[in-house]
Ligand binder design. Structure first.
Ligand SMILES: [Fe+2]
Ligand SMILES: [Fe+2]
Length: 395
């Protein structure tokens, strides 16, 4: 046996019990299809008690030496008691068994760490276009410290559409330069490589995914409006936070939900089931994506971001914007986008913002005050009122 799954329900209602078991089986089976994994055996817990797990303990004592992966849909399945779950995680780690939790990537929280998993997924998600060559070439040049603004501008200027999009963006009210920037070389000199890199990436990826697929239930306009507002909000949070933030937070935040639009275009029928459900909170939304598509937008975004070779801050924001604490190198950026996402979703749904304990905790981590949030909200309202059409911004 190499890979097993562990399933558990705590319900004493027969119907609910059966539903729990079959929904976990379905999730695991979808996940395995997508990851090209073969499950040798599915173990179903015999006890419905939260504190008594005979099957799980039997797995630990009897099978651990002969397996290398164990799949669960959720850590709650192991136990709602975090201490017990942590103990199981430690035991599995000690025995060199990888714990795969479908709701949160692998047990160490690093979805990107398993290159094998990523390459299997890449195999299965065909037809996602690569980035245009001019973009990959430009990014490669920008990583090289010896590249001059003149060399880079020559490459970008070869693409008339890209040049127009970059100039439009750098001359937008957002950057607020008093004088018109009329050449790419000027833009690079004024804004620097990091910002230009973010701009060309976001402008190109927007172009790749801006048009609506026929018959899609996915609301493209709302999606890109949300993305742009999250980008503005993240940038503002970065401005007020005393601990933040990399200079391409705007572009990284703009692409934070890119996995959603890829699901909408490349798994349209399944994703329609997710889109048709109203008012899901963010975690239920992730669960529904997993249920229907076998993967959530963060995991898929992670795979695509790595395959596109995006800068690391982009990969982390795309992967961890719902679980910011899991980011190792860009925790503050992920926290900023998490907060921006929360603020923006409230604004777009016309809900008033509740600063609860979780939010206060995040504000403290970002070293930002509640007063700052009021200022950010006012600015976002102004921004929202100033653009009616997302196409005006990027095309
Ligand atoms: Fe998201
Ligand atoms: Fe979002």
């Amino acid at each position: 046996m190499e890979t097993i799954a562990y399933i558990c329900s705590y319900s004493d209602n027969d119907l609910q019990y059966k539903n729990d078991i079959s929904s976990q089986e379905a999730k695991i089976s979808n996940f395995c299809k997508l990851h090209d994994l073969n499950v040798d055996e599915i173990f179903v817990e015999t006890s419905i008690r939260e504190d008594f797990k005979p099957v799980l303990l039997e797995i630990l004592s009897k099978y651990c030496m002969s397996i290398n992966k164990i799949i669960v849909t959720d850590y709650d399945v192991i136990s709602p008691n975090v201490d017990f779950t942590d103990w199981i995680k430690d035991e599995l780690k000690r025995m060199k068994v990888e714990l795969i939790c479908l709701n949160e990537g692998s047990s160490n929280g690093d979805v990107s760490s398993s290159s094998q998993t990523i390459s299997n997924l890449k195999e299965n998600i065909k037809n996602i276009p690569s980035l245009p060559e001019i973009i990959t070439k430009s990014i490669e040049l920008m990583q090289d410290k010896n590249t001059s603004a003149a060399t880079l501008s020559k490459i970008i200027s070869n693409d008339v559409g890209l040049t127009a999009r970059v100039l439009k963006l750098v001359n937008s009210a957002y950057y607020g330069f008093p004088k018109q920037i009329s050449t790419i070389q000027q833009a690079i000199t004024i804004l620097g490589f990091t910002t230009i890199k973010g701009i060309i990436l976001s402008a190109s990826i927007y172009k790749m995914f801006s048009s609506e697929g026929a018959g899609s239930e996915f609301n493209y306009k709302r999606f890109w409006k949300h993305s742009l507002l999250v980008a503005f909000a993240s940038k503002l949070i970065g401005k007020y936070s005393k601990d933040l933030v990399s200079s391409d937070i705007f572009s990284a935040a703009f692409l934070h939900d890119i996995g959603k639009i890829i699901l909408a275009q490349y798994d349209r029928d399944n994703y329609t089931n997710v889109c048709m459900q109203d008012e899901l909170n963010e975690f239920d939304y992730l669960k529904e994506e997993e249920k229907y598509c076998g993967i959530n937008h963060c995991e898929l975004g992670n795979i695509v971001a790595y395959s596109w070779n995006l800068p690391e801050v982009f990969c982390d924001v795309i992967t961890y914007h719902h679980y910011p604490d899991k980011s190792v190198n860009f925790k503050n950026e992920c926290l900023a986008v998490y907060l921006a996402n929360y603020i923006t979703s409230n604004i777009m749904s016309n809900n008033s913002l509740t600063i609860d304990k979780i939010m206060l905790d995040i504000l403290e981590k970002l070293n930002i005050s509640v007063d700052n949030i009021s200022v950010i909200l006012d600015k976002l309202d102004e921004i929202l009122a100033s653009f009616n059409n997302i196409d005006e911004f990027f095309s």
